[in-house]
Design a protein around this ligand. Structure first.
Ligand SMILES: [Zn+2]
Length: 105
């Protein structure tokens, strides 16, 4: 189940999300209890899901060896090695490919 706030499209049938997968049997319960899903969501199937990066808090060196907080929930890809030393991972982000819009059961 994809929401606008938890998805970034990369092409017509692929994108990045931090939303966990939902099994078909749990979709009605998820819609009943999650206000965000009721407000705006769509059900997709995907051919593949691969870890791509994280949402992280980011920091920069400050005076006296301190760390200055510079960002929250910033996407950092697993291939962005130079940025990884200055971030604290909060959530996994996966890349979905071969996405297909499905009807809500
Ligand atoms: Zn389930």
């Amino acid at each position: 189940m994809i929401t606008e706030t938890a998805f970034r499209a990369m092409s017509q049938d692929s994108g990045l999300t931090n939303a966990p997968p939902t099994c078909p049997a749990c979709i009605p319960e998820s819609l009943a209890y999650c206000p965000q899903l009721r407000k705006n969501s769509a059900v997709y199937t995907a051919v593949s899901a691969e870890p791509a990066g994280v949402l992280a808090d980011t920091f920069t060196p400050g005076p006296g060896g301190t760390a200055i907080h510079t960002g929250h929930n910033i996407y950092v890809g697993f291939d962005e090695f130079a940025r990884q030393a200055s971030c604290l991972a909060l959530q996994m982000v996966v890349r979905l490919d071969g996405m297909r819009l499905e009807s809500i059961p």
